[in-house]
Design a binder for this molecule. Structure first.
Ligand code: DGL
Length: 267
């Protein structure tokens, strides 16, 4: 009897942030085949040029698609999604799902009409973002913080090193006294992974909103009648571009998330 091969989904991010999206998709679609690639050679993407981000993202996704025929790619990185989606969609004929800051849900949820967007330095300054705000949150006052430091702190935490709450707090001082700030959009996929720390620093905020669940629903919808490209089953695995250090705590986390192997990708 033939085994029914499940769709293969690739998640791409500069670092560990994409795991916050992956875990939502995996929860909804536990039997699919999962590949996760993080570009730790160019991390962080926050302040890199648009050209560099587009080139890296395209090159890595193309490379993996040649080894494993993919059925869908999730760009689990807001910073890359704001610039690289058109090029990816031009090259690939499979669905490319991007990560868009959840401005619309936040504008629907806020009572005070005062919301915050926490993202990378790159994301907060892009036109893509101001268009989203104009379209969905024109009646709200939208505060923005672009931080590379918070991305680095999240990365440190997931690699198993302690992080200091005061360092997180110092990135958020501008919002400390804003008593009516009730919703914060986590516009970088790293930030759901430090949600409890952010909650401690901003106790007035009632909702921290990310895009993970919405992406999972979108993936489910796009793959409902897919004709799977791969003839073979593969194992769920993670790829990085440069080797991890000896004793890096990320290995343990990767296995606990349901991946069976960590590989180096030679690009
Ligand atoms: N996780 C990423 C994002 O959603 C990028 C973080 C970075 O490399 O700066 O924007």
């Amino acid at each position: 009897m033939d085994i029914q091969v499940q769709p293969t989904i690739l998640f791409f991010d500069s670092g560990v942030g994409g795991f916050s999206v992956y875990r939502e998709v995996k929860k909804l679609l536990p039997d699919y085949q999962y590949l996760y690639c993080f570009d730790n050679e160019y991390f962080p993407y926050s302040e890199k040029s648009e050209e560099e981000i587009i080139e890296r993202t395209l090159k890595i996704c193309q490379h993996l698609d040649q080894i494993y025929p993919l059925d869908l790619i999730v760009i689990a990185c807001n910073t890359a999604s704001t610039v690289a989606l058109p090029s990816l969609r031009k090259y690939f004929s499979i669905p490319i799902v991007g990560t868009v800051p959840a401005i619309k849900p936040a504008a629907e949820k806020t009572i005070t009409k005062h919301i915050g967007l926490l993202a990378t330095k790159g994301t907060v300054k892009r036109k893509y973002l101001s268009d989203l705000v104009d379209k969905y949150a024109a009646d709200c006052c939208v505060e923005k913080i672009g931080s590379t430091k918070l991305v680095e702190l999240t990365e440190r935490k997931l690699h198993g090193y302690p992080i200091d709450l005061d360092e997180i707090k110092s990135e958020l001082v501008a919002w400390e006294k804003m008593e009516d700030l009730d919703c914060v959009v986590l516009g970088c996929t790293h930030f759901p992974l430090i949600k409890s720390e952010l909650q401690q620093c901003l106790p007035q905020v009632t909702h921290f909103i990310d895009s993970g669940f919405a992406i999972a629903k979108r993936v489910e919808f796009l793959l409902r009648d897919v004709k799977v490209r791969s003839k073979n089953q593969i194992i769920n695995q993670v790829f990085c571009i440069k080797p991890l250090l000896e004793g890096d705590g990320l290995r343990k986390l990767i296995y606990s998330l349901g991946f069976e192997m960590l590989n180096l990708l030679n690009i």
